[in-house]
Design a protein around this ligand. Structure first.
Ligand code: ZN
Length: 315
């Protein structure tokens, strides 16, 4: 990536006047934070309730070798996942709106929730690199199973044994740690070079190989990062809209003159409440941000824990 000299205002103007017509999105967990999806690691989150399974570390629940031996933690997590009715966020809506305005090239999402589709994005414009919940298969022989039936077993908290080999446990078509990414990912990465504008939303781009996608972005293409925290990209090569993602996206759509529905934020984690307003984004420097945080979180120790949680959320 080369240095990009366009300002936020210039990018907005180019999108508005349709001089930018091939927008690409690289997204992660942060865009679904306010959707109502339960937070895995919040103090009362699922992980605290999974302690009974003696997981060595939280991510173990997503490891395929662990799943093959012990499916219950994953099934319990999925029960919670299904019992919530997550709603798409402003970030999902924005991507669908870019599509409706015929300015979308493609979306690469690290999320398995599929909320992009709920917001109106067609499947052919989306690659969920970590898989999805549209299908299920045997963890041993790979035989395809009905996701509806999988959900029924999850609801009952009974392990769904493969109907073909009778031995493996059925799991959704998400990518576990230790498995290859969805093959659609490699097949579609060529599209990145064709983008005339790239949005990186809700991800700190730390996870390989997803983070390698930025190397494929063409020179002089504006890159807009919409992420609460820092992103692991070379500095001054992108426009960073910090703080709350929904606030930033709603401000962006307002700046573009686009109508958008008021989307309820179902699950703002407690530590979000009372934080940023959209006005702040323009001049948010590090010091100001720090002071804001201090105001909100009187207890410094708590702040440290929270920041750690945010880092962890992006695994
Ligand atoms: Zn099987």
């Amino acid at each position: 990536m080369e240095e990009v000299n366009l300002s936020y205002k210039e990018v907005v103007e180019k999108i508005k006047s349709k001089k930018i017509n091939n927008i690409l999105f690289l997204t992660g967990a942060g865009i679904s934070t306010s959707s109502g999806i339960p937070d895995f690691r919040s103090p009362n989150g699922l992980y605290s309730r999974l302690q009974k399974y003696n997981l060595e570390y939280p991510e173990q629940i997503f490891e395929i070798n662990y799943f093959k031996k012990n499916q219950m933690p994953f099934y319990e997590m999925d029960k919670e996942f299904f019992s919530n009715k997550p709603h798409f966020t402003s970030a999902h809506y924005f991507m669908a709106e870019v599509y409706r305005r015929e300015q979308l090239l493609y979306v690469f999402s690290q999320n398995v929730d599929g909320l992009e589709l709920e917001a109106g994005l067609p499947l052919q414009k989306l690659c969920q690199v970590h898989g999805n919940y549209r299908g299920a298969k045997c963890s041993k022989c790979g035989f395809k199973h009905d996701i509806i039936k999988y959900k029924e077993f999850v609801q009952q908290q009974v392990i769904y044994k493969c109907e073909s080999c009778k031995r493996g446990a059925v799991r959704p078509n998400v990518v576990f740690f230790g498995e290859r990414l969805d093959k659609e990912f490699a097949k579609n990465t060529y599209k990145i070079a064709a983008a005339d504008c790239v949005f990186i939303m809700g991800t700190s781009m730390q996870v390989a190989p997803f983070n390698l996608t930025v190397d494929k972005i063409s020179k002089n293409v504006p890159v807009i990062v919409v992420n609460r925290d820092m992103v692991y990209l070379p500095e001054n090569k992108y426009i960073h809209l910090k703080n709350d993602i929904d606030d930033n996206i709603e401000k962006l759509m307002t700046d573009l003159g686009w109508d958008f529905p008021k989307i309820e934020r179902n699950y703002p984690p407690k530590w979000f409440s009372g934080s940023s307003t959209s006005e702040k984004n323009e001049e948010s420097d590090e010091e100001e941000e720090k002071q804001d945080k201090e105001k909100i979180y009187e207890n410094q120790e708590e702040l440290k824990n929270i920041e750690q949680k945010f880092e962890d959320l992006n695994f």
